[in-house]
Design a binder for this molecule. Structure first.
Ligand code: MN
Length: 710
């Protein structure tokens, strides 16, 4: 039986959800009302219990056929009959409550039908075949999608594998996740009867997995209530304190928000703009966040103004009036209409200052934007009723706004489904899923063909390569960012244009170092898998406690000579290509897969990131020998005497050439790869500068892997 319970986790008049629900008219269940609703033509009387659901559904979909709901209720009620929730209530109250949540958010009939049946296959004798026979394939698919895998079959892996199954099902039909989110919301609302440890465990999974999914699918209404319920369980002390702040504020006589609301109403009336101006109380977690940011809270901090208009253009009209007639706080202005967030959210955000210095935040949106902001994908109706060609973006370049073109299959979900395929083990899947979902702020980068890639903030060119090419990205040899050659370690910013340069050599290998710059699960898993399949021979574990000397050339870390650096005898040492440490740079190091130690300059961004990820630093110092061997790649425009000029520049710096390769020119470009022996590693920057000064050379970089590319 599914996790179910009784009464509110947080009793009393100020449960988090209650604050938001306050003021919403409760629907009267009188039979007369329902008879009027259904009209004389109803063949079968609608059972009393789904009156609420029917009414909420009809409010969004006046023409909906209620017969499937009636039949689904009858089947669910009869099959769950005799089962009780932990609270002692009949089990059917749970699917009914879940369905009401979805109906109020505007879900279409098929979702509601499946939602009524969502626990039947899991907990009763009803089978998926029976659901298909009576309700059709779509309903069967949705019920199957949310049906848990059995502990008997999967043991401890049951929960991760259930989520994996649900996400895969969501990839084909996003309505699966709508039902799961509503299911979790009702279970969280009624978690109070569970043991505290169990409450905490469920709250943590809700926080790590369900809330980010609600956010990404744009279902703000579910997300905020889930956040408050989790807050109450995981941080009871701070929750109580926040609740006190809200209660105390409610008892104040003056209300700055109401004063500004009235002022805004007056301004808009005078301007002839039709608008609803409402006060939206912040949810508990939001009040808590603001109080941590600003310290003492003032009245205006407890809510925001919401201005709802009819047309997109009115949004900017409202903005103009607010900025003209009130005192705008310009730094707070954000236009999420022109540039919608990845999760469909659209609004204008601004703020105005009162004469007493209090700042009131204002959201401006149309009624339609509001519906989408609250209900996200649930408000899309049947996503598959849309013209079929909108879905056909699997081959060839995506449309310019590819990340947002198909809200039922957003970019983050496609990427998630890609990497999960390569993570067969449930522990890897589960930890990677949580990590992936924690990367919530997305950036969009452009490809030269006009397509886009959505990536988490902090993503590098390595991430872009794997996002675009999957495992074929092993052959990536370089990148151009905004037209300029860039290291694959380059961290991308929102709006960058990224061109990935792919090698033709089928035996190209990813560099071990890429792992340090891979931020996304899809890249990390692909590289890790490749490395696991191509192990580096480990140094003998019982090697004498001699220091080692950095081996500078190439990614294929090799056992270093017993001469220099580390507190880890026998380790293979490699200098990181991202920051090219040379003596006497201050350095630190990290141990990476295969017993290799990579050395970075202490100020390298990679160091901060690895430390942030909890990686332990390895103690290193430069040895006495500063002679080093390095492989450099020079990118040039082809011209006569280039090779002679380059080799001369190198020789003039007193550096010996161990080997040199010149690739055939391609599109006027030539790549020279030199392996060089430097008498003093500290001389490397000067050497690279000298090579860059040779006419025609536009970039000189350290080779990042054996194929020899920057
Ligand atoms: Mn359920």
């Amino acid at each position: 039986m599914s996790a179910e319970a009784t009464n509110p986790a947080t009793p009393g008049p100020m449960t988090p959800g209650a604050q938001r629900r306050r003021g919403r008219p409760r629907i009267d269940l009188r039979r007369l009302g329902r008879a009027a609703l259904l009209g004389p033509a109803a063949r079968d009387r609608l059972p009393d219990a789904i009156g609420h659901v029917a009414e909420a559904h009809r409010a969004h979909h006046p023409d909906a056929d209620l017969d499937p709901l009636r039949r689904a209720y009858v089947l669910a009620e009869s099959s769950h009959r005799g089962q009780m929730r932990k609270s002692g209530e009949p089990y059917i109250t749970h699917p009914l409550a879940v369905t009401l949540i979805l109906a109020e958010l505007g879900a279409e009939t098929t979702t509601l039908t499946a939602s009524l049946l969502h626990d039947t296959v899991e907990d009763t004798e009803v089978t998926l075949d029976q659901v298909r026979a009576e309700f059709g394939e779509e309903v069967r698919y949705l019920v199957d999608g949310v049906t848990k895998l059995e502990k008997v079959d999967y043991g401890a892996a049951a929960e991760p594998e259930t989520f994996r199954k649900m996400l895969v099902a969501t990839g084909s039909d996003v309505r699966v996740m709508s039902i799961k989110l509503a299911d979790r919301l009702h279970n969280m609302r009624t978690l109070g009867v569970m043991r505290p440890e169990k409450q905490e465990r469920i709250a943590k999974v809700t926080k790590d997995v369900l809330i980010p999914l609600a956010e990404r699918l744009g279902v703000q209404a579910l997300k905020t209530e889930l956040e408050d319920l989790v807050f109450a369980i995981l941080h009871p002390g701070e929750y109580r304190h926040t609740r006190e702040l809200i209660v105390n504020n409610a008892s104040r006589t003056d209300d700055p928000l109401a004063e500004v609301r009235d002022e805004v109403r007056g301004v808009l009336r005078e301007a002839g703009i039709q608008a609803e101006v409402l006060i939206r109380p912040r949810h508990f977690v939001s009040v808590h966040r603001v109080s941590r940011k600003r310290g003492d809270l003032r009245g205006a901090d407890f809510g925001r103004l919401l201005v709802l208009v009819n047309e997109d253009a009115d949004c900017y009209g409202v903005l103009g009036e607010l900025h003209t007639c009130l005192t705008p706080v310009v730094s707070e202005f954000k236009d999420f209409i022109a540039v919608p967030k990845f999760n469909l959210y659209q609004s204008l955000h601004t703020a105005v200052a009162r004469p007493d210095g209090q700042v009131v935040e204002v959201l401006v949106r149309t009624h339609q934007m509001h519906k989408v902001a609250e209900a996200g994908v649930i408000a899309l109706g049947n996503p598959y009723a849309a013209p079929a060609e909108e879905q056909a973006d699997t081959d060839g370049p995506r449309p310019a706004d590819g990340e947002r073109a198909d809200p039922t299959r957003p970019g983050w979900l496609s990427r998630l489904l890609d990497w999960q395929e390569a993570a067969p083990d449930p522990d890897t899947f589960w930890s990677t899923l949580r990590e992936d979902l924690a990367q919530d702020r997305e950036i969009t980068v452009f490809r030269p063909d006009g397509g886009t890639l959505g990536l988490p903030a902090g993503a590098s060119c390595v991430d872009a390569a794997y996002a675009q090419y999957g495992e074929d990205a092993h052959a990536c040899i370089g990148a151009r960012v905004n037209g300029r050659l860039a290291r694959l370690s380059t961290v991308l910013s929102d709006g960058d244009t990224v061109q990935l340069l792919m090698g033709q050599d089928p035996s190209s290998e990813p560099s071990r170092e890429w792992l340090e710059h891979a931020h996304t699960p899809v890249a990390r898993i692909a590289i890790t898998r490749w490395l696991a399949a191509h192990p580096v021979p480990a140094a003998p574990p019982e090697a004498p406690a001699a220091a080692v000397r950095p081996s500078v050339d190439g990614p294929a870390a090799r056992p270093a000579a017993a001469d220099v650096v580390v507190d880890r005898p026998g380790a293979t040492v490699r200098l990181a290509g991202c920051c090219t440490p040379v003596p006497p740079d201050a350095i630190t190091a990290f141990s990476v897969r295969g017993g290799v130690v990579t050395v970075h300059r202490v100020e390298c961004a990679g160091v901060t990131r690895m430390k942030g990820a909890g990686r332990a630093e390895v103690d290193v110092r430069w040895g006495d020998t500063t002679e080093c061997r390095v492989t450099l790649v020079a990118e040039s425009f082809g011209r006569p005497h280039l090779l002679a000029d380059l080799t001369e520049a190198i020789a003039l710096e007193g550096v010996a050439i161990v080997s040199a390769t010149v690739e055939p020119p391609s599109q006027q470009r030539v790549r020279h790869t030199y392996t060089l022996q430097l008498p003093d590693a500290a001389h490397l920057p000067a050497l690279m500068r000298a090579m860059r000064n040779v006419p025609g050379v536009f970039d000189v970089g350290r080779a990042q892997h054996q194929a020899g590319m920057p």
